[in-house]
Design a protein around this ligand. Structure first.
Ligand code: THU
Length: 147
């Protein structure tokens, strides 16, 4: 499939994933869609907690779902986010960049060319590599991924 079309589909999956966000405290809703090497897409949303530190980001939700189902190789992740006022959905006012902890979780399973799509809508998104968003990183040394 055409790369651009595939990217738009991944952003759309992230927009759908955001609808499940549980964020009563921050009211900032995030959705992520993780594309595994085999073509399967894993959706994730942020899941907050009254004990704030127990909150899980959308990106990690997607990764943990995929890894817990046996997946270890990934091509790309799409991320969208916006406050509850952006209830109508895309386009969101801002790009939702992954937090540092989520970048580190990506680093555990992905190589430097892993693609990170950060979008406001299916028509307005930017593409980065993991190496661009997490340069000079620390990662597992036991695999070919550590390049
Ligand atoms: N959040 C994510 O889901 N992903 C990120 O990369 C940044 C932050 C969530 C966590 C929390 O529920 C809300 O956004 C506000 O920080």
């Amino acid at each position: 499939m055409d790369q651009k079309v595939q990217d738009r589909e991944l952003i759309q999956a992230a927009i759908e994933a955001r609808k499940q966000a549980y964020a009563p405290y921050s009211e900032y809703l995030v959705g992520a869609a993780l594309l595994a090497e085999d073509g399967e897409i894993y959706r994730g949303c942020n899941i907050e907690n009254a004990s704030y530190g127990a909150t899980n980001c959308a990106e990690r939700t997607a990764f943990f779902k995929a890894v817990s189902q046996g997946k270890r190789n990934f091509r790309a992740i799409a991320i969208v986010g916006g406050s509850r006022e952006a209830e109508q959905g895309a386009p969101f006012p801002d790009m939702a960049y992954p937090c540092g902890i989520c970048r580190q979780v990506m680093r555990e399973f992905c190589g430097p060319d892993f693609r990170i799509l950060v979008g406001r809508s299916t028509e307005d998104f930017q593409e980065y590599t993991l190496d661009e968003l997490l340069p000079e990183s620390f990662g597992p040394a036991w695999t070919h991924r550590d390049v």
